[in-house]
Design a protein around this ligand. Sequence first.
Ligand code: GLY
Length: 594
Amino acid sequence: MSLNFSFLSRLALVYACFFAILCNAKYDPSDPDVSREIGVRFGPGSSGAFLAQNGMVTSSSFEATMAGLDVLRKGGNAFDAAVVVQFVLTVTEPYASGIGGGLFAVAYDSKEEEVFTLDGRETAPDAAEPDLFVGINGKVDKFSSRIDGGRAAGVPGTLAALAYLLDEYGTISMAEAVEPAARIAETGFIITEPFARNLAAHWRRLSKFPETQKLFSRPGGGPLQAGDICRNPELAATLRLIGREGVSVFYKGPIAQDIVATVNESKENPGAMSMADLADYKPIRREPVVSNYRGYTICGMDMPSSGGASLALMLNMLESQGAAFNGEWTAEQLHTLIDVQNLAFADRNAFMADSDFVSVPTDVLISKSYAQKRIGELKPNQGLSTPVSAGNPYKGVATTNATREESPYTTHFTIVDKNRNILSITSTLEQHFGCGLLVENRGFLLNNEMTDFNAHAKDSDGELTPNAPQGGKRPRSSMSPTIVLRDGKPVLALGSPGGSRIIGVTLNVLLNVFDRELELQEAINAPRVVARNRDPEIESPLYRDQALKESLEGMGYQLIDSQAVGSVQAIRINDSGWLEGAADPRREGLALGY
Ligand code: GLY
């Protein structure tokens, strides 16, 4: 069963390179506009963005990228490919996203020349109350007790969102869309090193969920290792059932019954999800949050994700400072970068939540005038001491710095097709392996997205915070799928996993592209500085710069040495109209085009 992983990864690379060269017959290295190295990325250490003319897929899974590319090469569009990629991710990266979770999509429809977003966020069951995470002792359960079992699961939104994309924009049937994933689930796929590491890290936690452990166990016991084959025939059957009968089988039929039973009969923290909760689930099409930064138009996700509005606020504050961030980072620039994130995070924590349930002053928060006022709080040569207070976008809003430890999990994929339709999708189960529960007989994991609500639902004045749990409400997210336009045309699409660090990660990469004018791959590889209204996290290569570190510490910052923050998957449409795909070396990733 066990195969040598380094051999397999080399094999995968050779296969990918071969495939890449075959597919890139039109690549002309003598063309000065496309003189960049052609290459593929798969895992840490590889280098070079991937160049292609027609279509491009970048995701965190080899099989998902290959399946998405296959759809594009056969004439499918980016919407078809996105649905196929998400189904394959459900199989090959089952701990990060899947049909038991939720997603946000930012899309460019090239026919209508418009950006729209789709909110496929998990939703609190109708029975959820603000005291969702209050234990029998009357106290809020500690984080490690909140994340497991049916109580943490929200009504899944991913499948409904995929169905919307396929119905409204796709060219293939649901049966065709599930088939690549079903085949992989049936025949098996190779466990990669990151998969094995994640599994080992969660193994003890998963011992509370024997069905889940069984799926990911070696025949002799213990977690699957890198090089092992994982098969999931129950998931193959589930996907084919959805393909045959449509998504109603998931939201109203036998799969819905199994979801409800799994959630409510969970030995660990049973939940209270009903058939009506599933039947009522709807993905919501929303306008993007739009902001402008030095001639670029940035389109992001609106509430219930705080991603788009927080990014807009950060970029507006930076723009109002005047100077662009070019060259190597200086201590002064990092000071600004850190505190801009801290200020925006204070506002995010205080005001941002599901705007269908609470009033969110988004228009004010993303306005240039508010940013101008807010950046006035920056102190020259001195870091703000955290937590900083929220601003005052309007009177009468309860302010709180309530925040929580959000996980580095989730996944992102980006797709561009030959007609330049674009999908930028961030998809999640929240924690790795979600709430730990595998839906009975169905082979997929359920999310624990309810933990993205404020478990401490009330502020110090006893008022409910905007992100308090409530039946039918969607928990605040940080997911920041983004599409950037220049002169009305899309030029860049990107996103990242990383919990509430996602926003800062995306900001770093955007600044590297916009201001520092780095090549896309360099912009992704460059060390990141992320602040969330607490001590800033500095990735190691920058942290090890003694002079920089001492200058920042002299300003009062307590720096955290961070190994790897986020995992960006991005595609850029360059001035020649070529596609540059880049995956993040911090985790697994593969960009391929044709
Ligand atoms: N669960 C991660 C997020 O939504 O931000």
